[in-house]
Design a protein. Structure first.
Length: 333
């Protein structure tokens, strides 16, 4: 391993648009995609999970569409793979929120069937699906624009001297931290204005753009292609991949997963059996039993070790939260 001079290579766009219903997410995504596709002189495609809403604009835009009937993570991934195989260099996913709903519904089912009725451990079983979806997004060999619904809140604002209800979009309906996976994160309001909340180009950060469209897509494309052409070792398909986490597996022989897993299991056991200063258990017996069940179901390979590490991370977050709650209750007393 050696350090080399950093340079910005040509990249594929990863853009996420989010906002409440009626804000214009679909139209904005289609217009941006059209702008990029015309620069490339190629067709673009849409994965539509919104009851064929994109096709309502087929008289204004020329594109191919996959109307996804089954809105599971696996079906999203298969559709993306088919789009890549077909050679679409520009792809819109409208919207990504249905995949998140599948995962939250699955967590609810697992939680209701569990003795503790606590959803935290359920996420350890479901998170691998979300990771696969994120990896598919990051590794798509083309420009990708996704939309996400946002949770909605109504507030009373003043318009023309009168109190008027106004719909506000809050956080996008997707997994926590999903914003880290995109170069550009854009919130769209009911006035069809785009507020750029994250921008790796450095050109649009915190700007408000009125009804962004083809020109906005072209500006992004021009920036993305202004870098040094990527080499074989700087593939477009992996330009947005998050850094690989360093872990114990990478420092040991491939055949030593069992030993690594045993070490992680020991750490988990110490964690779930930790007691508060007053002797109170941080984890209930039902929660401990669920953790042990997940441990016993993990395979003795690299995938199993990653599952154990995922479980350890969730339990660690949970333990910290409970310690903070205990500290706060003591101060309040």
């Amino acid at each position: 391993m050696a350090f080399t001079k950093a340079e910005r290579t040509q990249l594929y766009l990863r853009c996420a648009l989010f906002g409440p219903s009626g804000s214009g997410k679909t139209m904005t995504a289609l217009r941006m995609a059209k702008g990029i596709a015309e620069k490339l002189n190629v067709p673009f495609a849409v994965i539509d999970t919104e009851s064929r809403s994109a096709s309502k604009y087929a008289n204004r835009f020329s594109f191919d569409v996959d109307n996804l009937e089954r809105k599971t993570v696996d079906h999203y991934i298969v559709s993306m793979q088919e789009a890549a195989k077909a050679g679409y260099q520009v792809l819109v996913i409208d919207s990504l929120s249905h995949a998140w709903r599948e995962l939250t519904d699955e967590v609810d089912r697992i939680t209701q069937a569990s003795p503790s009725k606590n959803s935290f451990l359920s996420w350890a079983k479901v998170n691998p699906k979300q990771k696969r979806l994120v990896e598919a997004i990051l590794n798509y060999p083309g420009h990708l624009i996704v939309t996400m619904r946002s949770k909605t809140e109504w507030v009373i604002g003043e318009k023309n001297g009168k109190n008027t209800p106004e719909k506000l979009g809050l956080a996008p309906e997707q997994g926590k931290g999903i914003e880290y996976e995109f170069d550009l994160l854009v919130e769209i309001n009911q006035q069809h204005q785009a507020i750029v909340t994250k921008d790796r180009t450095g050109k649009f950060q915190d700007e408000t753009i009125d009804k962004p469209g083809e020109e906005f897509g072209i500006q992004l494309y021009d920036w993305l292609t202004s870098g040094t052409p990527a080499t074989a070792n700087q593939s477009h398909a992996t330009n947005n991949t998050a850094p690989t986490k360093t872990n114990a597996v990478s420092t040991q022989q491939a055949s030593d997963f069992k030993a690594v897993g045993a070490a992680v299991i020991k750490e988990i056991a110490e964690m779930i059996n930790e007691k508060a200063p007053n002797g109170q258990q941080y984890f209930t017996e039902a929660e401990k039993a669920e953790a042990r069940q997940q441990i016993s179901s993990a395979s003795c390979d690299e995938s199993g070790v990653e599952e154990l590490r995922e479980l350890k991370g969730l339990l660690s977050d949970w333990l910290l939260e409970r310690k903070q709650q205990l500290t706060a209750s003591r101060k309040a007393a």
